[in-house]
Design a protein around this ligand. Structure first.
Ligand SMILES: Nc1ncnc2c1ncn2[C@@H]1O[C@H](COP(=O)(O)OP(=O)(O)OP(=O)(O)O)[C@@H](O)[C@H]1O
Ligand SMILES: [Mg+2]
Length: 447
């Protein structure tokens, strides 16, 4: 689809000739004055503008500033006959994308507009994706639907939520989603990782301190809990918090009051707490590493981030999503994955869950030289592919009495090729023979 381009110039002749020049490549809108230009710009949601620096009643620079106020991501190219360095510097300083002097060199203009258009499209794709990342948890498996359903039901309660799950399953993403779907969405979302610092430091970060309360307290600090007031506070890796601080946190959860270290006063805080852990907190309670009362206090609602292996059908949404994401980052044009590669991922045991999948796809997109991701680009070893195939017979070879060595060898190679998705390198590796030998055997047995 052609992008929209708004041309603003006070000379009708120029407007006409530019329209004629550019209408093959763009959907053109024209105007000879600021007021109308702003109207069109807003109504048509235009992102690309070619603007004369000197208009009749006001300056192009002023108009440019107004347009950028309305849409900061718009690309504005200034044209002027007054090609002084000063003009161009001012225009660029105020946010113009580029500066072109009259009389206009048509080829230069077209090139410039096309580059700007590419940039815009790229930007729009990225912001669309970012919007996606921010808003959406990808996947339509029953597990993910259940998570989304729970989020929907609890988003506006103030209940503390404990999110558990293996590494890389999207626990933080779920926490963000809860915040964004809640009535606290336009208030702060503050996250702190309890494993990232020693207890004393964590305490002062959370609760704040008065200047001089301890060495290094050079100024007053209100602390993260108060910074999250009216919003959401995420305590990541809560299982790592030391027992003393656990008590202090528990008191805060009961009283909803904080006192900065070295201060007398207490402050009421209204904050929704989400905790994350990949430890088994019940076990930690049993072994005395986690306070039981705190455990019950934070575990009002438990949300479990399901591991990828329990929702492998989500690969069909996750893979294209990550391909799209990295196409943009790496400026690539990968449009999919071969059936074999897909099959391989479906049987792969993802220890790092979605994060690992994302890394695999990222690398594959980066290395891809064709439009489709082939199995060898995944760089996953045959050993880590689970044999969870439902068809158990697939994982056996039957050998019958009276079969000779060659017949058996043929079956073994056939089987190994199949389990390695016809990848010869891995097949050879799994059989402990060289690739050349394998090639020779394949030919010999006509496989
Ligand atoms: N359902 C999903 N859809 C899209 N992206 C996801 C999904 N789940 C996780 N991700 C992505 O995978 C990565 C890991 O997610 P996140 O950091 O939320 O996991 P985590 O459970 O907190 O991991 P860890 O235990 O290692 O802290 C992030 O880049 C996240 O955006
Ligand atoms: Mg995390």
């Amino acid at each position: 689809m052609k992008s929209k381009l708004l041309i603003v110039d006070d000379e009708p002749k120029i407007l006409r000739s530019l329209k004629f020049l550019l209408e093959d490549n763009f959907q053109i809108h024209i105007s000879d004055n600021s007021t109308e230009a702003i109207e069109i710009f807003k109504k048509e949601k235009i992102y690309l503008v070619l603007l004369d620096l000197r208009l009749k009643e006001d300056s192009g620079l002023d108009l440019m500033e107004k347009l950028l106020e309305i849409e900061p991501n718009a690309i504005i190219i200034i044209m002027t006959a007054y090609s002084t360095i000063e003009n161009s510097i001012n225009a660029i300083k105020s946010g113009a994308y580029y500066f072109i002097t009259k009389p206009i060199d048509n080829d230069q203009l077209i090139l410039l507009l096309n580059t700007a258009d590419e940039k815009l499209k790229m930007f729009q794709k990225i912001s669309h994706l970012e919007g996606h990342i921010k808003k959406d948890i990808i996947g339509e498996s029953p597990h993910i639907k259940e998570v989304i359903n729970i989020i929907d039901r609890i988003k506006d309660t103030d209940a503390t939520i404990l999110i558990t799950g293996e590494s890389g399953t999207g626990k933080e993403l779920i926490a963000q989603k809860i915040h964004r779907s809640s009535s606290r969405a336009d208030r702060p979302f503050v996250a702190i990782n309890c494993a990232a610092m020693p207890g004393d430091l964590l305490e002062s970060e959370l609760f704040g301190y008065k200047k001089g309360a301890f060495t290094g307290a050079f100024k007053d600090e209100i602390g993260i809990i108060r910074r999250a007031d009216k919003g959401t506070l995420l305590l990541d890796e809560i299982g790592e918090m030391d027992l003393r601080l656990q008590s202090k946190l528990l008191r805060f959860l009961q009283d909803k009051e904080v006192r900065q270290i070295g201060d007398e006063k207490t402050y009421n805080v209204d904050v929704r707490i989400i905790c994350i852990t990949n430890r088994d907190l019940k076990e930690e309670v049993k072994s005395g590493n986690f306070r039981e009362d705190l455990y019950y206090r934070i575990n009002v609602i438990n949300l479990v981030a399901p591991p990828l292996r329990e929702r492998i059908e989500d690969l069909k949404d996750l893979i294209p999503y990550f391909i799209g994401k990295y196409n943009i980052s790496f400026n690539k044009n990968v449009n999919g994955i071969t059936d074999e590669a897909y099959e391989m991922l479906s049987n792969y045991s993802f220890k790092g869950n979605i994060r690992e999948l994302e890394n695999i796809i990222q690398r594959a997109v980066l290395l891809a030289t064709s439009e489709c991701i082939e199995p060898d680009l995944l760089h996953i070893s045959p050993q880590s592919i689970m044999n969870t195939s439902k068809d158990l017979t697939k994982n056996h070879i039957k050998i019958y009495e009276g079969e000779n060595m060659k017949e058996i060898e043929k079956k073994v190679i056939e089987f190994a090729l199949k389990t390695n998705n016809q990848n010869r390198k891995w097949t050879a590796h799994s059989l402990g023979i060289g690739e050349r030998t394998l090639r020779y055997k394949i030919k010999e047995y006509n496989l």
